[in-house]
Ligand binder design. Sequence first.
Ligand code: KG4
Ligand code: ZN
Length: 330
Amino acid sequence: MITLGIESSCDETSCALLENSNKLLSNVTATSLAKHQAFGGVVPEIASRHTLEHIDRVYVASLKKAHKQAKDIDLIAVTYGPGLIGSLLVGVSFAKALALALDIPLIGVNHLQAHVYANFLGRRMPGKPFLGLVVSGGHTSIVRFHKGVFKELAITRDDACGEAFDKVAKILGLGYPGGPVIEKKALLGDPESIRFRCGQFKNSYDFSFSGIKTAVLYYVQKSKNVKKELANICASFQKSVVDDVVTKTIRVAQAENIDLIVVGGGVSANSFFRDELKERAARAGKKVFFPLFEHSLDNGAMIARAGYALFKQGKRSDLTLSAVPSLGFK
Ligand code: KG4
Ligand code: ZN
């Protein structure tokens, strides 16, 4: 069975062909990243126009790379939320038209759930409940997953984890996206040099990253030489955010008596985060799965993988499927 996965929730337009649950035949992505850099963040109109201009080319390239034709596709899976309305609508409309023309089933995929499913490209789905941790540019959530059902256990109450990286990078004049550049600068800094703190709540493992962003802003405003302190600011900020995410995730895993943590979303591309979580989870007797680096960021492969799983659970969408920009985990 061949599934076409289509992702267009933000600045990436991606199509992938997946054979059954595991054999990835192609995964082609076009990004409008460079066009947003001058603005310090994603401009929705530029992102949706880019998707509109590139989606057919990306689709054809994904077929070609997989040595397949349109008639070989059995199922179309498409992100229908959360994300930017314009970009989502292009992907959803394209998927619906193709499903109608090829007369094959269509399935709408939740982008957040798909970040978790990215881990099961080339890996078996566990039978036991596991913890999903999604750390992306728009979301920070810890969920419990069992038999296709997600239950949200902790969320961010303000900025998302990746958004905090992006906003701090903007404050420091480092451009967009912030995560990779902060990670690189942090390599040369001392993570213990400055004390930045993330928000904490009583009786809750929820996240808050808007305070730490403001703390960095005040620090920068007071600093006599930001350039000289840049590496230390990046290292200290990164350490504090990673420490908060890792600590809360392990605590939730302990509270839920779950021994497997499955990570997804753009921030999971961060090596410092991967190393910290792996090491501290191992000390707590927990196992961690990360997606391949190329499946950490937005991609069609994870949509195909999630769509295939949903299809096997008996789920289907029809041609009334529409974009839901503020979709939650469920
Ligand atoms: O999952 P993703 O590609 O898109 C969304 O669904 O939001 O995540 C993008 C986010 C951006 O905020 C970006 O700064 C962050 O992931 N990111 C990173 C790294 N690479 C990407 N954050 C920290 N370290 C990285 N290496
Ligand atoms: Zn994403």
